[in-house]
Design a protein around this ligand. Structure first.
Ligand code: CTP
Length: 503
């Protein structure tokens, strides 16, 4: 199971507001996503919720000011602050915001906030009058200027019974924001990714349209997975009710033409395109200005081709200097691999994810998917049935390899290589011992040589282009990331170059 926040540590600060009960939901969901959530409650918070509520849902300690004066006191606040990857203070009262703005540290929570260098996210919750008071506004301004992320508050019904600004944002927003800020340092950091999702609709008249059964789930999961890997994501979506993954820039479109326009605008500075949308191939030649009334006779609709966005991207690739990777999707009802490979070639793709739409547990609307990945360099990699979120992570892991490209190295003895040439495959002893072949990045070769082959001077260096390897790798989840291993002997024609290794 891949948990996107595995290994991440959150300090959840809870202060004295009626919204404190919602923080229990946040703590629970972040824990389910793999994060380690340690809670710190102010005295005010304990009037509304119990530390035990948080301890129970997180499996981690929940501290109060009583712990501040305990035996571990002097290390506790510094330790909490230093180990945190994110400090999330929700709900944050006017009083706590004022303390944070002025660097006051008179309780465990404010001490922790002052000692952390992790990003701080606050979710104000208070009465409308307190929120709009110039003092609170000045405090929030000071916090924002210092890089603190302020979420909300929202307008709505307040504890006083009045309507106004002051309601804490909903748990979903807090979870999304925490997830976003915790994953900024991921392997796709700094990369701009465009994802299309959902089906397009081509209008017949003001009330009718030609559409398809795509729900957008796989595309939205891809956008979330790209965010989880640290990417900046533009999500271009056809009509769907799915919520936007927090941190994605969403562009809503309806027709294929609108989607094409949005894609080309977003590709001006993007590195990768994932074209998961089910784009209509045909549209009505004319759209009636008024609703078409029914008549006795059959109605003929004349259809014309829409723009093939991927084909157009391929044709214009020379004008898209930042674009390095294009991934397509193929929904097929027969001859899956052959049809998908033809699309990959015709549309100049680096990778295509093909799925059989006749399977009931995969494709349109299903929460799971079973895809086969095909690569421009050759090779087909069928993946087992898994959740669409997990499919998205697997696609991202391979896409990163394609994007980074380059060579990986393997050290081998001259006699083993001689043997390999006779057999047509390289089967190192490590395959028998550990069950997989270990590859190293070129800058790590010296370390590998020292560890595995100390004092040997008869080594050869096998250089393999990463793209040739991908279809043969198996990806295993450790914490929140997928790591590749090669479990089969290496075909010797995958080796691009063999040289004598001299350290
Ligand atoms: N696609 C596109 N523009 C279109 C139609 C499809 O960019 N007008 C993209 C899809 O987003 C997908 C890939 O092309 O990534 C393959 O889509 P698919 O509809 O399965 O293939 P087509 O090329 O349209 O072929 P066919 O409908 O004949 O199967």
């Amino acid at each position: 199971m891949l948990l996107p926040l595995a290994g991440k540590r959150v300090v959840l600060g809870v202060t004295g507001s009626v919204a404190a009960y919602k923080a229990v939901v946040v703590a629970s969901r972040l824990t389910q996503l793999g994060a380690e959530v340690v809670t710190v409650l102010t005295k005010g918070a304990t009037h509304f919720v119990m530390p035990l509520s948080f301890q129970a849902v997180t499996g981690q300690p929940a501290y109060t000011d009583a712990d501040l004066w305990g035996q571990r006191a002097h290390v506790l606040h510094v330790g909490l602050g230093q180990q945190a990857d994110l400090a999330l203070i929700a709900p944050a009262t006017a009083n706590t915001l004022a303390k944070l703005a002025h660097g006051q540290a008179d309780n465990l929570l404010t001490l922790t906030a002052l000692s952390t260098s992790a990003p701080i996210v606050v979710a104000p919750a208070m009465d409308g009058g307190m929120f709009t008071h110039p003092a609170t506004q000045a405090n929030l301004k000071a916090l924002r200027e210092r890089g603190v992320v302020v979420l909300g508050p929202e307008e709505g019904r307040l504890a006083s019974g009045l309507m106004g600004p002051g309601r804490m944002v909903e748990p979903e927003t807090l979870i999304g924001a925490a997830r976003y800020h915790l994953t900024r340092g991921g392997p796709w950091q700094g990369k701009r990714v465009v994802v299309t999702a959902g089906g397009t609709q081509e209008p017949i008249d003001p009330v009718r349209a030609i559409g398809n059964r795509s729900t957008g789930r796989q595309g939205f999961a891809l956008a979330q997975a790209a965010l989880d890997c640290g990417a900046e994501v533009t999500l271009i979506a056809g009509p769907t009710t799915l919520p936007t993954p927090w941190g994605a820039r969403r562009v809503d479109v309806r027709t294929a033409a609108e989607m094409a326009e949005a894609v080309f605008a977003a590709l001006e500075d993007a590195e990768a395109l994932f074209m998961a949308a089910a784009v209509a191939d045909y549209r009505p030649l004319q759209t009636a200005a008024q609703k078409i009334k029914k008549g006795k006779d059959a109605l003929d609709l004349h259809l014309t081709r829409t723009v093939d966005i991927l084909a157009e991207v391929h044709a214009r690739r020379g004008d898209l200097p930042t674009l390095q990777l294009v991934v397509g999707f193929a929904a097929e009802s027969r001859d899956l691999v052959e049809n998908a490979r033809a699309k990959l070639q015709a549309k100049g793709l680096d990778m295509i994810a093909a799925n059989d739409i006749t399977a009931r547990d995969a494709g349109f609307g299903a929460p799971t998917n079973r895809i086969t990945l095909l690569y421009a360099d050759g090779g087909a990699e069928p993946l087992p049935l898994m959740g669409k979120e997990e499919v998205a992570r697997h696609i991202l892991a391979r896409a990163l390899v394609l994007l980074q490209g380059g060579m990986v190295g393997h050290l081998c003895s001259a006699s083993a290589w001689e043997n390999a040439q006779r057999l047509g495959e390289y089967r190192p002893p490590s395959l028998e011992r550990q069950g997989f072949i270990h590859f190293a990045r070129l800058d790590q070769l010296a370390v590998v040589a020292q560890r595995w082959f100390p004092g040997r001077n008869d080594l050869l260096l096998l250089l393999v282009p990463m793209t040739r390897l991908i279809p043969h790798l198996r990806w295993e989840a450790t914490d929140g990331a997928l790591y590749p291993h090669l479990y089969a002997p290496l075909a010797i024609d995958a080796v691009a170059e063999v040289r004598k290794y001299n350290g």
